[in-house]
Design a protein around this ligand. Structure first.
Ligand code: UT7
Length: 319
């Protein structure tokens, strides 16, 4: 029994905000620096009050529509997010309620930018075990809420958005292999080191990052985990039809593709349009490539994510 992907959906809130728009808002930056260092040209920023569950709901509805599955027929909802609506209930339960789905399993996964890869791997295990039949896996983020707009080294990199997929138990191939790893000794290089305590914010509630340390770590482990899932499925990385890496930085994406011997034209890139949307980045890129017809039935697609923790994950899918 496989977990087969039968629908994708995504959503970006509002209008694109260009690099020039950020400079015009008073951030000490410019289009040339951002494009050269990151490949990002624009991002989407949710209106104040718009939440991850609202973005995730729209992406989920679009994925359900493509799959031709009613919300009532979903028995597992996993939401990957680091920017949940509340401390609790989970964003997955909020989306479940908004979809009118009752009684299934619903929970959030916190693995930051690796969240979608983790959630997909977890959903695959539920489905392969036979305990669940149809899963909605969602990555939804409003990262703009945790950005320090006075820190130009981070605030220009991130954006808001959501992506979702529907998985179904099937005898036809679907997810061929998945893997998830973490190394908590790197917690200090990318984090939001704050919390709510006795009604007050304690510590620092903004995203902090050692960009160069993240860069080096990401390229190494994204290549390693891609080799691992391909080996699990008895394939070489060069045999993959499409690579969809975490959409954080074009230089990380290109370095990873090069290390794996995957041609540039087989790598899906959407980071230029929406920046780093954390757990939403991989399903946003996947949905774009499914809807524009690049990903076709029978093809092999390798997805991979990496983020704070450090945590990283990957899945190899047959469409
Ligand atoms: O999900 C994982 C998320 N994280 C990532 O993917 C981040 C990985 N790291 C990176 O992508 C890169 O390290 C960055 C894009 C964050 C930074 O690029 P860099 O080549 O490592 O630049 P840097 O931090 O060494 O900064 C170089 C210069 C500095 O100026 P000085 O000290 O050389 O005068 C910065 O102050 O660039 C300056 N700078 C900027 N200039 C214009 C930093 N941010 C900006 C900015 N606009 N937004």
């Amino acid at each position: 029994m496989y977990a087969r992907l039968i629908g994708t959906g995504s959503y970006l809130p509002g209008k694109p905000v260009s690099n020039g728009d950020l400079a015009a808002r008073g951030i000490d930056t410019n289009d040339e620096w951002i494009v050269t260092r990151t490949g990002i040209r624009s991002r989407y920023l949710a209106e104040p009050g718009t939440t991850s569950s609202e973005l995730g709901l729209i992406a989920a509805q679009r994925a359900l529509e493509m799959a031709g599955v009613a919300a009532a027929d979903i028995d597992l909802i996993i939401v990957a997010t680091s920017t949940p609506d509340f401390i609790f209930p989970s964003t997955a339960c909020l989306i479940q309620g908004k979809l009118g789905n009752k009684g299934g399993t619903a929970f959030d996964v916190q693995a930051v930018c690796a969240g979608f890869a983790y959630a997909l791997g977890i959903a695959e295990k539920f489905i392969r075990s036979g305990s669940h039949k149809r899963a909605l896996v969602i990555g939804a983020e409003v990262f703009s809420r945790i950005l320090d707009w006075n820190d130009r080294g981070t605030c220009v990199l991130f954006g808001d958005g959501a992506g979702a997929v529907v998985l179904e138990a099937s005898e036809k191939p679907g997810i061929l292999a998945s893997a998830m790893h973490a190394d908590g000794s790197y917690a200090g290089i990318l984090n939001v080191p704050g919390q709510v305590c006795s009604g007050q914010v304690t510590g620092d509630p903004f995203l902090r990052m050692d960009g160069q340390a993240v860069f080096k770590f990401a390229v190494r482990v994204l290549a390693e985990i891609a080799e691992e899932v391909c080996a699990c499925a008895g394939m070489q990385t060069a045999d993959v039809d499409w690579l969809i890496p975490h959409q954080a930085n074009i230089r990380i994406i290109e370095a990873t593709g090069k290390k794996l011997g995957i041609d540039r034209e087989k790598v899906i890139v959407t980071v230029d349009r929406h920046g780093n949307t954390s757990a939403a980045s991989v399903p946003l890129a996947l949905d774009a490539a499914v809807r524009d017809g690049r990903i076709r039935p029978g093809q092999k697609v390798l997805l991979e994510g990496i983020g704070g923790g450090f945590a990283w994950g990957a899945a190899l899918l047959e469409f």
